[in-house]
Design a protein around this ligand. Sequence first.
Ligand code: CYC
Length: 165
Amino acid sequence: MRDTVTGLISTYDITGRYLDRDAIDSLKVYFGSGNDRVKAAAYISANASSLVKATGAALYERVPELLRPGGNSYTTRRYAACLRDLDYYLRYSSYALVAGNCDVLTERVLNGLRETYNSLEVPVGPTVIAIQIMKDVLKEELTTQGIDDTSFVDVPFDHLTRELG
Ligand code: CYC
């Protein structure tokens, strides 16, 4: 698991270099958005269940067949598994937001996930849609919390959808 700072340090240390202008620029961007990253993580922690619920509601409105017999969210067991997965995506994304690095997602969430989904016939397309919805719901909420530039929020969610899709 890495963050922006440890990632940069290990890259430069391997080649025995001082931090150059590129490194300093990335550090400035990271620390410049630091306060907003912490605010975003605090917002997620305090509102996780409503963010997950809103995401689920929008997903099932958009792909209602998931809830019908034969759909992958049919029966409360699968419905609950889906909401739990959404909660995993949200929680790990909040870690990645604070770290400014997506390694935690690769290591803890994505590793073997596609194979698991394939073997259980969990459809990847609607999962990707759900993650995009979650990103949009969260960004909307963070804007109302006074975070003007929410572009840093895209990174972990886009990483999940890119790697899963
Ligand atoms: C199942 N989701 C699973 C399973 C795993 C994960 C391992 C199989 C074991 C189980 O049922 O608990 C995912 N586990 C994770 C992740 C982590 C982990 C990400 C990292 C921390 O430890 N079905 C839908 C929707 C979608 C969905 C499109 C939600 C967006 O219709 C999810 N995942 C879903 C469902 C199951 C599942 C329904 C149960 C499938 C089954 O047993 O038939």
